[in-house]
Ligand binder design. Structure first.
Ligand SMILES: [Cu+2]
Length: 475
């Protein structure tokens, strides 16, 4: 239907329907707020949202709006000032969940792919912004504006009235890297998993959780199997790996296994909540491979926790005494009280900040999902042992210059090839393994003396944001 006015009979029934809708919105609004789609302090009950000084005309403007590909179509809704706006909203995206939130506080609630709903936007007295509140979608341009034609200059209230509080959205969330991880935090086992055989089937369940990424600092995370940075997978050369991806999250997700040669169209497609897919590859190449969610905006999904490592050990590598895996990722949090903080899903957590991702202003750069877990629970080794450290720069955006304070690498393997081996005639040693985002490798070293050694990102801004792990070497 094109924008236009309804006849009187339709208007009456619309108003009756609106009345009954308003009668049950208290619960709906509370639910929407719990899901993070409504700014605090807004309510659809009582006065019609959007009603201001303009005299209601008694006319209704009904506009069909489609949601797909991170866009509202149309994205400018012209409404004569004083008219009641009704939006017939359809999610025409085949894979992803969307919603529409208006600055007045009206929300459609989340719409599954193929679903539609009627949004009673109330009397339009001034221009009004709208957006999709699914994390990252607004930053990708999924916005809409309601233009009140024939109205005077925009009145106050056209922008969200809550959630800003004068806090800069790019300001750092303070981290206490001296504190111990929270009582509920379980330190991730950094040891390389055991060999997996020639056929392996793994279940990846996508869930939304509040995850600690630094002492006492929680993030609204999207996860494979419940942790920021998913499980470390291991597959042997030439083995078959099948991942059953199950989406039990509130939005669309997907999986991209870098280790496999496969047409992305089906295997990496985004699946809506409640759906699942099977993704099988043969691991024909050695290395430490990134896997990650490939649903837009990927930066947000990865920063929210949806990345991890798949290790395929090379043939002919030396026997070592210990093998550890460190996956570096960086995280971007909406500060308390800043715009976007009202979208929090788990109380006490920080939503992921698309603004900080765009500005490259991470709050935390961490190993295996937590800023200082291996400071409080160091990795272990003994004097004289050969230790292999697998390292992956998961990003979403930052790389690593991996160094061990007090150690010298006599072996470096990067992106499928040895750069250095102990028997090299050059007697070469290495001090840092450099990896760009999505690259991986390993280093080996032997500790001659007992002590506390520190594995760091020698790009020190990242070290000081948490990219640090202690290695306790005993006699
Ligand atoms: Cu995702």
């Amino acid at each position: 239907m094109r924008p236009g006015s309804m006849d009187r009979r339709a208007l009456t029934s619309t108003l009756l329907a609106l009345g009954s809708v308003l009668g049950v919105t208290a619960l709906g609004a509370a639910l929407d707020r719990a899901q993070g789609s409504l700014p605090d302090g807004t309510d659809r009950g009582g006065v019609l949202p959007g009603a201001g000084a303009v005299t209601p005309t008694g006319q209704t403007t009904t506009i069909e709006v489609s949601m797909a590909d991170m866009r509202f179509r149309p994205d400018v809704l012209e409404v004569p000032a004083g008219n009641t706006l009704v939006i017939e909203l359809a999610n025409d995206d085949p894979h992803d969940v969307h919603d529409l939130v208006l600055a007045s506080g009206v929300s459609s609630g989340r719409l599954q792919p193929g679903a539609s709903t009627t949004v009673e936007a109330g009397v339009i007295s001034h221009d009004l912004e709208g957006w999709c509140s699914i994390v990252g979608h607004r930053a990708m341009g999924m916005t809409l504006s309601v233009t009140a034609t024939g109205a005077g200059p925009s009145a106050a209230g056209a922008e969200p009235s809550t959630g800003s509080g004068g806090i800069d959205e790019l300001s750092r969330v303070p981290l206490d890297l001296q504190a111990a991880p929270g009582a509920g935090y379980q330190v991730r086992d950094a040891r390389l998993p055991a060999a997996s055989g020639s056929e392996q089937r793994v279940r990846f369940e996508v869930t939304d959780v509040a995850a600690e990424i630094a002492p006492g600092v929680l993030m609204d995370a999207m996860t494979y199997n419940g942790t920021v940075v998913g499980p470390v997978l291991r597959s042997e050369l030439g083995s078959r790996l099948t991942v059953d991806l199950v989406n039990n999250s509130a939005m669309g997700h997907s999986l991209d296994l870098h280790a496999g040669r496969i047409a992305p169209d089906e295997a990496m497609r985004t699946i809506p909540p409640g759906d699942s897919l099977e993704y099988a590859i043969t691991t024909d190449y050695s290395g430490i491979w990134l896997y990650h969610c490939a649903t837009m905006p990927m930066s947000v999904h990865m920063a929210a926790g949806m990345a991890g490592a798949l290790i395929v050990p090379p043939v002919g590598s030396a026997e070592v005494d210990r093998e550890y895996v460190l996956v570096q990722s960086e995280h971007y949090l909406v500060p308390d009280g800043a715009p976007g903080s009202e979208a929090v899903i788990h109380e006490g957590a920080h939503p992921v900040s698309p603004a900080k991702i765009a500005a490259e202003r991470p709050d935390a750069t961490v190993f295996n999902g937590h800023a200082n877990q291996y400071v409080h629970s160091p990795l272990q080794a003994r004097v004289g042992e050969r230790v292999r450290l697998w390292v992956l720069a998961a990003g979403p955006s930052r790389g690593i210059s991996f160094h061990v304070v007090g150690g010298v690498f006599d072996t470096v393997f990067k992106e499928g090839e040895y750069l250095l081996r102990p028997e090299a005639e050059t007697r070469g040693g290495a001090q840092a393994l450099d990896l760009a985002a999505a690259q991986g490798g390993f280093v080996e070293l032997v500790f001659d003396e007992p002590g506390t050694y520190t594995a760091v990102n020698h790009s020190f801004v990242d070290l000081e944001r948490g990219a640090r792990a202690l290695i306790e070497v005993t006699a």
